[in-house]
Design a binder for this molecule. Structure first.
Ligand code: NAD
Length: 395
């Protein structure tokens, strides 16, 4: 049934306000913090809204009930309409399968949707894939962002009054644009750009383009750079779901190098709440760094994941999942440490994460245990959890 519905949507776009069903927050969505009612930001376009973070944002915005949300997504290998359960048939949601690099389509969508806010998350996002095939990263992250900016600018220049004043283009980027830290220090909004991988280089390029469209043309943008995200609906090639799935299958748990690399982790719903705060209250032209101040060495994170799995789904032989950990050849250009000082976001906008790693990681593990069909369907398709990023097949 769901499959039929998804096939229909994949082959055609859904008419705007296609359902007469009313929406209430008591329908499986958590209550959302209230928006300032005087601010009219009800028509929202989310690019990449069928991806991991974009879908969390779309579920949240649609769940709010006060906004008309349009998800624009090309549905690459990473896009998945099954990450939008309970959203696709909502009256306040529209899905458009589209490539952000297609200027004709994007122009039509801006004219139809008349957005007050654009959240730009569409991207090629996987570092290992960028090593094997960087071209798609240039096409979407650089050229796609350029096309989107050009069409956003054209649309914004045609607005007047409060519609023009309230329009925001929120560009969602990564802390990886700042390169690698040593043992000490943190990334801040003043950190110089120093990307290491094709992925982070293209994201850095997109940040520069967005900033230039503000400084040169006045487009009201806000840029965010966030630390590593985790949570439900993350594609199973990313670290936490990848290891969870492999642990359950009894496979080895590969850790790059000796697992000393450090990442700063944020639960995906906290990223979504930060993006809302930035869109509403962020200063135009400014950058906000987003993080949960939760640094973990990779090996410690993997051991913590195993500990939670031992409690939630013990192995039949009683042995800890840590027995499956193996150490793999490090990847080229592997940044040692990312860590963000999120003081600006916290002090200016009053944002705080709702999750700690303890609560977020357990919720994530439970989600993957109870939603096996979501990831099993991905694994049974083109993606086979193969090892990527070893420079063997650079396109
Ligand atoms: P993802 O790969 O899960 O999702 C990306 C989405 O973009 C997919 O649905 C895909 O179909 C869509 N897409 C790709 N190319 C497109 C195109 N040309 N036109 C339209 N749609 C296209 O990525 P994610 O992890 O959800 O990341 C979303 C954004 O957040 C990215 O810009 C990423 O750089 C940034 N970010 C991610 C993290 C993280 O830890 N995952 C951290 C900080 C920032």
């Amino acid at each position: 049934m769901l499959c039929d519905e998804l096939s229909r949507i994949r082959s055609q776009t859904v008419p705007f306000f296609s359902s007469s069903r009313s929406f209430t927050n008591g329908d499986g969505f958590p209550d959302m913090p209230s928006f300032q009612p005087e601010i009219d930001r009800r028509r929202i376009m989310v690019t990449g809204g069928a991806g991991f973070i974009g879908s969390a944002l779309v579920r949240r915005l649609v769940g709010n009930g006060r906004h008309q949300v349009t998800t624009v997504d090309k549905l690459t290998y990473a896009g998945n309409l099954e990450s939008l359960p309970g959203v696709l048939d909502r009256a306040n949601h529209r899905f458009e399968r589209a490539d952000i690099a297609d200027s004709d389509v994007m122009r039509r969508l801006f004219a139809e949707v008349q957005p007050n806010v654009v959240y730009h998350l569409a991207a090629e996002s996987h570092v290992d894939r960028s090593i094997d095939g960087p071209q798609a990263f240039i096409e979407t992250n650089v050229v796609g962002t350029f096309v989107l900016l050009a069409e956003a600018l054209r649309y914004w220049q045609g607005l007047t009054g409060t519609a023009r004043e309230h329009f925001r283009f929120v560009h969602v980027s990564t802390d990886e644009v700042f390169g690698s830290l040593g043992e000490q220090g943190f990334f801040t909004e003043q950190s110089p750009y120093d990307p290491s991988s094709p992925y982070s280089a293209t994201k850095a390029a997109s940040d520069h383009l967005v900033r230039a469209w503000h400084r040169t043309y006045g487009l009201p943008v806000v840029i965010t750079n966030c630390s590593n995200n985790y949570g439900p609906y993350q594609f199973p090639e990313k670290l936490i779901p990848h290891l969870t799935v492999r642990a359950l299958a009894g496979d080895s748990l590969p850790v790059y190098g000796v697992g000393a690399n450090i990442r700063d982790w944020l639960f995906v719903d906290d990223h979504a709440s930060a993006l809302e705060a930035v869109a509403l209250h962020g200063r135009i032209g400014d950058t906000y760094l987003i993080s949960g101040r939760s640094e973990w060495r990779n090996i410690d994170l993997v051991r913590e994941l195993c500990r939670i799995l031992d409690e939630e789904q013990p192995r039949s032989d009683g042995v800890s999942y840590t027995a499956q950990i193996v150490f793999a050849t490090d990847r080229p250009g592997h940044d040692f440490r990312y860590a963000i000082d999120a003081s600006k976001l916290e002090s200016e906008l009053g944002w705080q994460p709702a999750y700690t790693m303890a609560t977020g990681l357990r919720e994530t593990v439970r989600w993957y245990l109870t939603n096996r069909s979501w990831w099993q369907r991905i694994l049974s398709g083109a993606y086979r959890a193969e090892r990527l990023g070893l420079l063997e097949t650079v396109a």
